[in-house]
Design a protein around this ligand. Sequence first.
Ligand code: 13P
Length: 278
Amino acid sequence: MKMVIGNWKMNGNIDLLHSIVPTLLHEGLGSAVALCLPYPYLSAAHSLLKAARSQIKLGAQNVSEHPFGGYTGEISAAMLKEFGCRLVLVGHPERRSLFGETREVTAGKLHAALGAGLYPVYCVGETLAQREGGLARQAMVDELALLAGVPTDRYAVAYEPSWAIGGGVTATSADINDMHLFIKDVLGPGTRVLYGGSVKSHNAGQVLGLDSVDGVLVGNAALSASEFLSICHTANRCAHGEPIELLKKPRAGLIDTDGPSHHLPGMPSIDSPFWREF
Ligand code: 13P
């Protein structure tokens, strides 16, 4: 099963919700599909999905690291659960770069989500400067250290290089494959790793066709029912091993492929082939 998670970011409106969700319901999409919506739309989306007994999962794009209290403007993990969320994005590159989310804050959010029984989709990815400086892998190791000791079926990692987000450059198959294998090497083979960064209907087959890719995190293309549906259908076909378009020739030298294996000390080597129902 390959996951498709739509991240609306701060886009859309209630009309879009009422046009996209029924279209997705009509197509009978299942539990491999999730929507991470702006907070105000969660309740309405939850009602629509529940009324249709849909297996599509609902998620949030952020969560507070605190359980409750005087944190004006924040939303707790327990509140997200009350409104039907099963998953939450943690550490999205836009949270880190635009809102100054530090690794300490991200760690708190990760643990708040896990503690409340939410399924965190933990976003990691190097900046362009880190990549060009040959520091991409080290950046990844530092971020992945937060997951030390957490069973691999309790979360997913989303590899989202910030330079590939927002319709600019798309990572090549070789970029994605190398980094996904590296993340699995660090955290254990059962780790689910999704890719995010300019995934559209026209390149989804190229990304989802890679064995190392367990799903995609989709931004802009999730705002169009036809684009999103096409990506979901591609994911379904790829999960069933149907042939996909040939991979493009990889760009050389973008990823620092040399270097030692980075297994973290004390990490569990849980080989969980199954995607826990989140
Ligand atoms: P785009 O698909 O718009 O590049 O966004 C990717 C992303 O940030 C998903 O979380």
